[in-house]
Design a protein around this ligand. Sequence first.
Ligand SMILES: [Ca+2]
Ligand SMILES: [Ca+2]
Ligand SMILES: [Ca+2]
Length: 186
Amino acid sequence: MEMTHFLERKLARRFRTFDSDNDGFIARNDFELSVTRMGAAFGHGSGSPELARLTELSLGLWAHLASVADADADGRITEQEYKSAFAAGLLVTSESFDAGYRPFLTAIMALVDEDGDGRITEDQQVRWTGALMDLAEADAKEVFRRLDVDGDGFITTEDLLEAIREYYFNDNPDSAGSWLLGSLDA
Ligand SMILES: [Ca+2]
Ligand SMILES: [Ca+2]
Ligand SMILES: [Ca+2]
């Protein structure tokens, strides 16, 4: 896949959201940490089946990342390794996107959508993106505003899935998905 400057900036931003402990690398502990933060943010402890499911999928995501992106096999992934693997189509492609992302997003929503009505509020969006990806509150609110196209105060799993798809595969800087992780210059 062609690596445009815009895509490169988006992948750099995504890399930082994976790096939960901010040490400059993605490793297994980053996924353990983000899941722990999700549990704390939504009141799910070690006995929670929803948290167990998210843990399973998160560690599965890490295992997949490690197997395809950790080129030098040192147990951690650098930003360059991440970008190279994406460019080579080893991480997610527009064809594999739905199958790859829907289960993960569904597991996240099982914690976040506390009343189970299939839609989430701004406050829930702020909490989950803060816990899982350390997204700033102001950025999360801006993301929510852009995704709540009909302005009813709620967004759905489908809205999020479409935005994530755009984030990776739409090279238009004005697409709603471009804003999914806040400012690219931060
Ligand atoms: Ca890290
Ligand atoms: Ca490595
Ligand atoms: Ca809800």
